[in-house]
Design a protein around this ligand. Structure first.
Ligand code: FAD
Length: 463
């Protein structure tokens, strides 16, 4: 029975899903143990969000002389010491790991370093680094074990020794040329990072646009910008096999126009990630279409076991993992919280950045919503001009019946920050009218958001 259990909550995995769940459960008075086989912070902190954004910042610096020259400020041609950049990235990661460790300590969460295996609905066996085995008993278990990169079955790919994002972020050497398979968020971010640092990049995508599934207009603007960085983009292109010649990788690609080969020093596979559901399958947790079935409190078919983050295969985003972690922790501690995905924004940290929240046109149509589009370009915005970054636009979907803002999609400078206001609008089910009554500062990039909202009502002041 529940009374005999030692811990209220045991969490497997200390990524943004797991460590946030552990903190929330502890805040609510739970006795919590967090089990992690690797470094604190999971994929996001160690080999995902934070490392990529640090490297992308360096790519921005490398592009700076060209922009600055327009302003009459001249720099020498940038020299890139990539190994130093990786050292800097490692320092950022370490600082944040220490921050997480401090938070665990402050919240009196026990950290157990080792591999956790589910034994039954209330028991986890943990094998620590010293090869000792510990049995953890808990009333509730939150599984936040994440995902791993998916490597497609392409003849010759394994033999060619491809990198995934994990290896690409760890290596201290930057390839002179790279073929990136997959132009989703991760593939595009790597293209946008490598090219300005001096790597020759070919981006290969099987769908008919980069960022498959993303609003076409947004994808088009990004493709133009990548072209300007000399990234070669192949869409509707299937990699059929990979060979090696004189140490170089030869990527054979089939496109609508015929077949071609791309030579590169390295191959980066960015074809998505897969949740690791084996443990749960073995325990008898119900799966649906290869994914763990969870309710809106993140509970699996075994009521004492919750799943959050990438392992659920729902979002593959750090902030979604954390939000799910909070819901699971609160549910475990007896609160009636439920997960709502409406305000999960998607950000891509390319140049220009992309950020999007709420419904896109396809979803709005599927839901039978009547909407009107409002669009406004950054090139008409004073602040964007002063920045020298005018590519992109904001697109707003306004419900024509009630005036509710259904979705906001941004490509442009600082999109990942601008989306904050859009998230709030969608969260509060704000109408365009309400948004327009909020006075925005001038000059500011957020005026583009305001003008797009006004345009959706046919009331644009500057359009
Ligand atoms: P993870 O962060 O993967 O953490 C899982 C943890 O569980 C790991 O530390 C693992 O070691 C541990 N673990 C697994 N099994 C066990 C076990 N049996 N015992 C003990 N420990 C175990 N998302 C964004 O929102 N924004 C971004 O900009 C972004 N950029 C990304 C860039 C890249 C290159 C990649 C790969 C991902 C990026 N993501 C981004 C996605 C984001 O990293 C993930 O969605 C997020 O880390 C998922 O969190 P999680 O807690 O579910 O799992």
């Amino acid at each position: 029975t529940g009374e005999e259990k030692v811990y209220d909550v045991a969490v497997i995995g200390a990524g943004p899903g797991g460590y946030v769940a552990a903190i929330r459960a502890a805040q609510l008075g739970g006795r919590v143990v967090l089990i992690e086989r690797n470094d604190l912070g999971g994929t996001c902190l160690n080999t995902g969000c934070i490392p990529t954004k640090t490297l992308l910042r360096a790519a921005e610096f490398a592009k700076m002389p060209k922009i600055a020259a327009e302003y009459g400020v001249f720099f020498e041609k940038p020299q890139v010491d990539y190994s130093r950049l990786i050292d800097y990235k490692d320092r950022v990661v370490r600082k944040l790991q220490n921050g997480v460790a401090g938070l665990l300590h402050k919240n009196k969460i026990e950290l157990l370093k080792g591999l956790g295996t589910l034994v039954d609905p209330h028991t986890i066996e943990v094998r620590t680094e010293d090869r000792k085995s510990h049995r953890i008993e808990a009333r509730h278990i939150i599984v936040a074990s994440g995902s791993r990169p998916h490597i497609p079955e392409i003849p010759g790919l394994k033999e060619a020794g491809p990198m995934t994002s994990t290896e690409a972020l760890a290596g201290k050497e930057r390839p002179r040329s790279v073929a990136i398979i997959g132009a989703g968020a991760i593939g595009c971010e790597f293209a946008g990072m490598y090219a300005p640092l001096g790597t020759e990049v070919t981006l290969i995508e099987s769908a008919d646009q980069i960022l498959p599934g993303m609003d076409r207009d947004l994808a088009r603007v990004l493709a133009q910008s990548l072209h300007q960085e000399q990234v070669r983009i192949l869409t509707s292109a299937t990699v059929t096999r990979i060979g090696i010649h004189g140490g170089r990788k030869i990527v054979h690609v089939e496109t609508g126009q015929g077949s071609q080969t791309i030579e590169a020093d390295a191959i980066l596979v960015a074809t998505g990630r897969r949740p690791d559901v084996e443990q749960m399958r073995e325990l008898g947790v119900r799966l649906e279409g290869g994914k763990i079935a969870v309710d809106d409190q993140m509970r699996t078919s075994i009521p004492s076991i919750y799943a959050v983050g990438d392992v659920t295969g729902i979002e593959f985003l750090a902030h979604a993992a954390s939000a799910q972690g909070i819901v699971a922790a609160e549910a475990a501690m007896g609160r009636p919280s439920t997960m709502d995905y409406r305000t999960v924004a998607r950000c891509i940290y390319t140049s220009p950045e992309i950020a999007s929240v709420g419904l896109n046109e396809r979803q709005a149509k599927e839901q039978g919503r009547e909407y009107r589009i409002g669009k406004y370009a950054f090139e008409a915005n004073g602040r964007a001009m002063t920045y020298g970054e005018t590519a992109g636009f904001v697109k707003v979907l306004r419900d024509t019946r009630y005036g509710e803002i259904l979705g906001i999609h941004i490509i442009g400078p600082n999109a990942s920050e601008l989306i904050g206001e859009a998230i709030m609008a969608v969260h509060l089910e704000a109408t365009a009218e309400e948004f327009a009554l909020a006075i925005h500062p001038h000059p500011a990039l957020s005026e583009v958001l305001l003008e797009a909202i006004l345009a959706s009502m046919g009331r644009g002041i500057h359009s």
